[in-house]
Structures are given as C-alpha cells and as structure tokens.
Design a binder for this molecule. Structure first.
Ligand SMILES: [Zn+2]
Length: 269
C-alpha cells in the first residue's frame, strides 16, 4: 500500500517532467501514468527501467533534427510530443505483460513477451525517425519501387540499420536486467534482435497493405489520416478504414512479443 503510493508519486513526477520537456502532451500524461505505474508495480523496478529506457531513447530520436523533418513536412505533430494513442500503442502491451507476469507467479514467458514488444517499439520508432533523415528515397517494402518519403511501408537502409541498433539496445538492457547467467543473456539478446527486426518490417508491410491511406482530390498528395488539404477533406484511397498507424503498431507489437516468446524453451533450460 505505502509502496504503491510512493511509486504512483514517482510516476506522476516523471510524467510531469516528460510533459514539461514536451516529450508527451496532456493526453499522453493521462496514458503514461497508468502504463508506467502498472509496469513498476507488477513488473518491478527493472521492468520499469527497461520501459523508461525505451521512452527516453525514443523521445530523443523523435526530436533529433526535428526542424529538418518539419521542413520536409513529415515530423510528428506538436514538436514530437506524444499523445495518449501513441503512448498506449507502444506502452500498453508491455504494461499488460508486466501484470500477467505478476499474476502467473513470474512466468518467464511474459518476460519474453515484454522484451519483444519493447524491442519492436524502439526499433520501429528510431527506424522511422532516422529513416526520415535518409538522403536516398525510401523503397516500398512490397514492390521495391521508390515511394514518397514519410509513407507507411517505405523502408531505407538507414532505417533498417537504426532498427537493428534499437533491437540491440533493448536486447542488452533486457539481457542485463532479466538474465541469471551468460546463456540467458545471449538468448534474450538474440530473441530481441530477431523479434524486433521481424516485427518492424511487418509493421512496414501492414503499413503499406492494410493501413488506411487518404488522398487529396485536388493535388493527389497522400495523407495518413483524414485531414483538410488544399481546402478540401482528403478521401479514403486504400487500406481498411479502421486500421490506422496505431492499430498497425499494436498488431506488430503483438507479433514481436510472439516471436520473442518462441525462445522460451531455450531461456528456461
Ligand atoms: Zn492537396
């Protein structure tokens, strides 16, 4: 009881700082407090520190060369301050896995689910943010043809390298926190690299195939959401209406968690 009050205070203080430095907006605060608190309460300090590491690195890369991305017109909104949907799309599953870990009596399966979803979250975020800065135009992950920058489904070599770096970082963090010996460390590291890379690329495939895209009827520019462009509302161009970028993220995060969990037998021996 006393500890939970203390931890809730810690979470509120941390999210206040995140809000103050513009890493999350007001709606992001409302989502981040329960996500962080539940991870801390049910997973423990190491789980929370792993989640916090993701958040700090992702925020850094979202704001990295922000002006350059903004000038080109594909920066995140609000100077990169993340809203509730983004916080839940990246942190919701990890928090859920922390709860399940607790209620299954510390079943390592959830530890791997958690590591896999976090590996996806970091790999995907920095692949996107660094890929946007790539000098060469992205190619479609499905057709291999050049496509316009900032479109879901576009991949660049630089983005792929960034994704690998992201999976390595989460793999090392989760390995240090969750392994009991070198063998387990190596398995978590390999599991995070494999799951993070596969899920990030699945995210691009789904982004190009299923994700709803809109088009301006005046200038034919594409948009990720229904917005006003050239004084008219964009119309649906392709994809499924109910699949937006956050939905694609959640599906890919689940996939990353599932791939990571395949390593459970090796991990438990
Ligand atoms: Zn237009």
């Amino acid at each position: 009881m006393d500890q939970s009050v203390g931890w809730l205070s810690v979470m509120i203080a941390l999210t206040a700082v995140a809000y103050r430095i513009n890493a999350i907006d007001a709606s992001g605060v409302i989502a981040a407090v329960p996500v962080g608190f539940l991870t801390l309460y049910f997973g423990g300090v190491t789980w929370f520190l792993a989640l916090l590491s993701f958040f700090l690195i992702a925020s850094y890369y979202t704001r990295h060369k922000y002006e350059q991305k903004e000038l080109a017109g594909f920066s995140e909104k609000n100077r990169g301050a993340r809203g509730w949907a983004s916080v839940l799309a990246n942190g919701g599953l990890p928090a859920f896995f922390a709860i399940m870990y607790h209620f299954t009596g510390n079943d390592n399966l959830y530890l791997l689910f958690f590591s896999g979803s976090l590996s996806f979250a970091l790999a995907d975020t920095i692949a996107t943010e660094i890929g946007l800065l790539s000098r060469s135009a992205p190619r479609s992950i499905l057709s291999g043809k050049h496509i316009a920058r900032g479109h879901s489904g576009g991949v660049t070599l630089r983005g792929e390298m960034a994704a690998i770096a992201g999976t390595l970082v989460i793999g090392v963090i989760c390995g240090l926190f969750f392994s009991k010996d070198e063998g387990q460390f190596a398995i978590i590291l390999i599991a995070c690299i494999t799951s993070g890379l596969l899920s990030t690329n699945l995210d691009s495939v789904l982004g190009e195939s299923l994700q709803c895209k809109y088009r301006c009827t005046v200038c034919n520019k594409y948009a990720e959401s229904r917005i006003v462009h050239c004084d008219v509302v964009t119309i649906q161009h392709k994809g499924l209406r109910f699949i937006d970028n956050n939905a694609v993220n959640v599906i890919s995060s689940l996939f990353g968690a599932a791939i990571c969990s395949i390593f459970i037998l090796a991990f438990n021996t």
